[in-house]
Each structure stands twice: as structure tokens, then as C-alpha cells.
Design a protein around this ligand. Sequence first.
Ligand code: DAH
Length: 346
Amino acid sequence: MDFDSLSGELRRLRDDALAAVAGASDEAALDQVAIRFLGRKGELTAVLRGIGTLPADDRPRVGAVANEVRVAVETALAGRGAALRSEARAARLAAEGVDVTTPGRTIGRGSLHPIPETVAAIAEVFGQFGFVVYEGPEVEDDLTNFQMLNIPPDHPSRDLWDTLYVDVEGRLLRTHTSPGQIRVMEQARPPIRALLPGRCFRYEAVDASHGFEFFQVEGLMVDEGTTMADLRGLLDEFAHALFGRERATRFRPGYYPFTEPSVAFDVQCVVCGGSGCPACSRTGWMTILGAGMVHPVVLQYGGIDPERYQGFAFGMGVERIANLRHAVGDLRLYLEDDLRFLEQFR
Ligand code: DAH
């Protein structure tokens, strides 16, 4: 072996290695090229084994050539490696790419159910007069639902409420929100201005205008010098806010055991405006709530001195108000969760 042939071999090795580096199509292939040419048992090592057969003077010169070859191959490996990595990244990014110009799927926007929406509208009006929302329990006792409202056991007025009993101890599903009056008086002192929305239950045959499950909003005001005129003025404001300023209202005599006197509060028919139509049974009027001056006995049960304080109360069916606001003719629709119905209130 002499210097020329050994350095010629090194140059050929370099050309082979550079060609192999250029031809490596991925990082794994490139690793194989590095091992094949520069590895401990690689071709460069094999060629350099011949160095021992050279005259001592030639050895450093061959060493210098071998170093140049190693550096050239290493530089090529590094360059190709970087190129392959950025190619691989570009390919991955292209595959993961998101087309931000694709139109998105629309997310349906919900809306309040007409019953809570109507409760909110009612609470908004009375809220302007200082009424605060309270809530009573749905499972009541006979005492609070009836007796403390001046409805003794076996009193014929119980026929007004077809009651669902929960047990034989007298627990029942409240038949109206009026027991909330007692619950408020038990925890608050006059002046009281309370609004009590809630779900009520009656043992009823269900039809378009009766549900065994329905909502009411109760109102209670107790203060010194409270009169029927205050009640009338407040209810007028309420009717005007919900059904229009120009709409006439009236009180009719009514009967409830817990109010004396008791009235029915009517508004001019919201369908025909008062001329008479099927919606108002041709009377021109629609009854929207019951009301009256709180019976002194009820105030007493609530721990309030009827000699000093007077109160008025009113109670309305939310479905009926919602029907009038939204021209709905059948209250069963409110509980059926039919999206075709509910979507109309968006
Ligand atoms: N609780 C009565 C009912 O369910 C409605 C009612 C009438 C409530 C007169 C009142 C009232 O507060 O004063 O039919």
C-alpha cells in the first residue's frame, strides 16, 4: 500500500458516502449510512487499517486526508438530517392542518321556557313596587296549606282544591301557593311585600285548561293602613304592564276563605278588546287572578296583630297569563317538552 492508492481509496469512499447521504430518503436510512461509513466497524475504519503498512513519513498525510473525508461526510450527514427533519415536520403539519375558512357548525341557542319567562315578567312588574321573591315548599302540611288559611278540616270550601296527599300524617302536595303567605309571615315582620312563585298540584282530570301540575304566583302585602284601593291600584299597574296601558280592569265579588272581602280581578279580553268572542265566553272580560284583604284570622296565624296591620293577597295561574301573552290555547303544551312548541319562544 502506498500513499496515492490509500488516499485514492479514501476519496472514493468519500464520494460513495456523499452519494449514499444524498440518496437517504428518511432519518432511519441516514442513520444506516452513518454506521456504514463512519461506524466503529465501518468502511473508513477498514481503509485506515491499511495506514500501518505505509512508510512513517506518509502516515500523517494520509491521516489529514482521512480527517477531511470524515468532516466532509459528517457535514453532509448533518445537512441531510436537518433537511429530512424539516421535510417530515412540514408533512406532519400539512396532514394536521385545519382549514380555518371552513364554515363552522352552528350551535343552537336555547331560550327560557315560557312559564319561567312569564314568572320573570310578573316578578319584574311587582319588583318595581318593592315585592321580593320568596319560595315555599312543594310538599306542604295540611295545617299550612289549609287550616292556617282559615280552611278547617271538613270545611266545604276544601272542595275548591282536589288534594293529592303524600301520607296519612297530613302531608300533601300544595294545592296553591297561598300557604307561602303563612311561611313568609313566620319569618318576616311588616311591612311585608312578598311574591311567591311555585309549582302546585291538584287531583284533576287533565284537559286544555286544567293540569294536575301547574304554576301560580302569590302576592302578599302587609302593612299599617293597607286598603283595598292599594290592591286595586297595584293590580291595575300589573295588568297595564302586561296587557297594555289602555286595557280596562274590574273587580268582581268572589269567595276565598283566606280573604275578606274576596274578589276576582278581570281585564278586558285581550283577544277581542271587549266586544265579546269565544276566548272570553262573549263577556268581553277575562279573569286573571283571585285576590282580597287578608282575613284577620290568617294574619293572627302568621303572628301578626290584625288590629294594627292589614294585608292584601292575590294569586294567579301562570299558565293562564302565559296563554294570554303568547296566544297559547292548551296548557298541556307547557309540559310536553316538544321542541316545535318551545322553539317558538326564542
Ligand atoms: N289560592 C287561590 C287558588 O288557588 C288563589 C287566590 C285567591 C290566592 C285569592 C290569593 C287570594 O292570595 O287572595 O285558587
